[in-house]
Design a protein around this ligand. Structure first.
Ligand SMILES: Nc1nc2c(ncn2[C@@H]2O[C@H](COP(=O)(O)OP(=O)(O)OP(=O)(O)O)[C@@H](O)[C@H]2O)c(=O)[nH]1
Ligand SMILES: [Mg+2]
Length: 414
């Protein structure tokens, strides 16, 4: 390992790629005395409130809060190598994925990011397997165009009923955005090659292909990125990892049909309380007529899936909390705590928490009509049975301990 005790590492990744979840699990692991983790906390360094908050969410199987552009936090850890006793100061900015997106869409970087980049001795690039925007191959598109009988680019299509869609920079393939991010970094005047970069495929538990290594995965899913790194070996020194920081998927707060009893439908239709009245009005026309039909047929059984889809859309869109609307509802303390999180009502960054809060609000409003169980309960209960330190797992070429979340850090600090 490097003799220098201090390292500044950059966490790089587009929004929602698992940066904060990794930090949360890391903070838990380095604080334990009897776990398989080579690095341990030597002493508290600075304010650990943020780290404690995200760790608590991790321990309670809750998604960590998403970072917004105006809430960028630099976290520091004074660590020690359990084997060599060597001290290591680590500092990571937990930047919002939006800062990285800005580099691509606006060709801007926040001053905070620039400052961290200048000081960084290496970085971790996070990629989430579920968030990949794939490129369209020209041969596939040509075949599609032929099949649809759409005019070619040289023909004038303005008069026909063909709408030419404008290119949307936000929808550019993930690999293009990532290569651009790395080029952006390497073009800074202070960039020093080779820059150590751990490519971390997060949420490895959702990657289903057996015997696939993280390098294989990147080569197949992000071939341009892989090619870029291969062609620029002198610029970026890379290692690939697959990491599950959560250990599995958390319970989804979205509803499934079996979560509702028939009586929910009745309350919704009769609009006798402010929440039912408001919620019914949020449903689209098709769902409202399904509700009326259900009344006319005196149908029993599951609620039409249309209504469930509508309710899910409502709870995923924004906070449904309004003091007047919920004034007669007895809210449990967990719901109140979520309502009190500053800015939750307005922030789109905190989508998962907003959905969870909305779900709790509806469960509190309809205590006998809505079940409190969650989708993917079997997977979730398997996750709950694991010891916290065993939730974390890693794969990669030189992994010595598959439960040691600090393996990529050890490689970066060598
Ligand atoms: N299944 C699974 N999901 C994960 C894992 N790690 C993170 N996630 C999910 O990935 C999503 C994004 O995770 P975050 O840690 O908030 O990602 P981030 O990069 O910090 O996001 P921003 O702050 O928006 O930039 C959340 O829904 C997490 O629950 C994992 O190990 N397994
Ligand atoms: Mg984050």
């Amino acid at each position: 390992m490097n003799k220098s005790p201090s390292h500044q590492l950059l966490l790089i990744g587009l929004p929602g790629t698992g940066k904060t979840s990794y930090l949360a699990a890391l903070w838990y692991m380095v604080n334990q005395s009897n776990v398989d983790c080579r690095l341990k906390l030597a002493k508290l360094d600075g304010n650990s409130k943020y780290l404690n908050n995200i760790r608590d969410a991790w321990l309670e199987y809750r998604p960590v809060p998403r970072n917004s552009l105006d809430s960028e936090t630099v976290v520091s850890m004074a660590l020690e190598d359990r084997e060599t006793g060597l001290p290591l100061g680590l500092s990571f900015p937990d930047l919002s994925g939006e800062s990285f997106r800005l580099q691509w869409t606006k060709r801007e970087l926040t001053s905070g990011y620039d400052e961290q980049l200048r000081k960084a001795s290496g970085g971790i690039l996070f990629v989430h397997p579920n968030g990949i925007v794939k490129p369209h191959r020209i041969d596939t598109l040509n075949a599609l165009v032929d099949a649809l009988g759409v005019a070619g680019p040289e023909e004038d299509v303005r008069g026909d009923n063909v709408l030419l869609k404008q290119w949307d920079i936000e929808k550019a393939p993930t690999q293009v955005q990532l290569v651009e991010l790395l080029q952006f970094i390497s073009n800074r005047e202070y960039f020093r090659a080779p820059f150590r970069l751990a490519i971390l495929v997060s949420a490895w538990d959702v990657v289903t292909a057996l015997h696939q290594t993280p390098v294989d995965w990147v080569s197949r899913q992000l071939p341009l990125l892989r090619q870029f790194l291969e062609c620029n070996e002198g610029m970026f020194d890379v290692a690939f990892y697959g990491v599950s920081a959560q250990g599995g998927r958390y319970a989804s707060s979205l509803f499934s049909e079996s979560d509702f009893k028939d009586t929910f439908l009745v309350r919704l239709r009769e609009k006798r309380d402010p929440v039912s009245s408001w919620l019914c009005e949020q449903l689209d026309e098709a769902a409202q007529s399904a509700l009326r039909e259900n009344a006319a047929n005196q149908a029993s059984g599951t609620l039409p899936s249309l209504v469930v889809q509508n309710v899910n859309k409502v709870i995923a869109k924004a906070s449904i909390y309004d003091q007047g609307r919920f004034t007669n509802v007895e809210l449990r303390s967990e719901t109140k705590a979520l309502i009190n999180i500053t800015g939750l009502a307005a922030s789109v960054q905190q989508r998962e928490e907003t959905i969870r809060m909305n779900r709790l609000l509806l469960e509190d409003t309809y205590p006998s009509e809505v079940l409190r169980t969650r989708q993917n309960d079997i997977e979730v209960s398997a996750l709950h049975q694991k010891l916290p330190a065993r939730r974390v797992s890693l794969v990669g070429a030189d992994i010595k301990n598959p439960h040691d979340i600090t393996e990529p850090l050890q490689w970066l600090m060598r």
